[in-house]
Ligand binder design. Structure first.
Ligand code: NI
Ligand code: MN
Length: 228
């Protein structure tokens, strides 16, 4: 499995000839120079409805004729806009030709902006994505919650993307506990530096993770990392 970090909470995850994009936020994301029209993927995965996670979901799904996989309410919305969708919900798991998706809980909100104002976006979640024999836990936007210990115990997690930005999600201290509780082999800080409110010292967080005898890496936008 290879992770390509796009900035904020967006990753392109690939294995063999398959690619999926998680939480596409490209147009309007100051951290990436990627062009939405260049993205070729087999699926679009969304942890929750907020524009810094869903901004380019519809365009990417339509241009690739690939499904959006998200909670039921987000799928209802994008389905009404012409996308192919596969609605799921927290705790649910499904196997696709390119891998397996399991939705995990998150403590956060979820809504979608429309011309008529914001609409209900179901419950915010995280995603355990397995491709080949590796599992990537995209924690999503969330507060620290103690069931992260259970998620870590029940799954063999090779890499975890953990928000450290504070204000809208966990900050660095809680995120350090999250890394310890999840126990992933590699920990990647996300959801920081995109906006002034969430500027953080990611290198310091990674150093704190490594000081706990865990493994952390700082990925800069467009960096690739082979999960092993
Ligand atoms: Ni959010
Ligand atoms: Mn967010």
């Amino acid at each position: 499995m290879e992770l390509q970090f796009i900035g904020h909470s967006c990753f392109i995850v690939s294995h063999n000839n398959f690619k999926v994009i998680m939480d596409p936020f490209i147009s309007g994301n100051p951290l990436t120079t990627l062009k939405v029209e260049d993205i070729k993927v087999d699926a679009v995965l969304l942890t929750h409805g907020h524009s810094d996670h869903t901004a380019d979901a519809l365009q990417i799904a339509l241009q690739n004729q690939c499904p959006i996989i998200a909670n039921f309410e987000i799928c209802s919305y994008f389905g009404s806009k012409g996308a192919t969708v596969f609605g799921m919900n927290i705790g649910g798991c499904n196997t696709f030709r390119w891998g397996k998706v399991k939705f995990t809980p998150a403590i956060h909100s979820s809504s979608l902006d429309t011309e008529q104002g914001p609409i209900y976006g179901g419950v915010a979640g995280g995603i355990l994505l397995t491709m080949g024999d590796k599992t990537f836990y995209h924690v999503g936007d969330t507060a620290l919650f103690s069931d992260m210990k259970l998620i870590g115990e029940l799954h063999d997690i090779h890499a975890a993307a953990i928000p450290i930005g504070d204000v809208f999600t966990m900050g660095p201290e809680d995120a350090l506990l999250a890394a310890q509780w999840i126990g992933a082999k590699t920990n990647i800080p996300v959801h920081y530096d995109t906006f002034p409110a969430i500027v953080q010292d990611a290198e310091a967080w990674v150093a704190a993770v490594n000081a706990k005898r865990l493994h952390g890496i700082c990925m800069h936008p467009s960096d690739r990392y082979i999960v092993d």
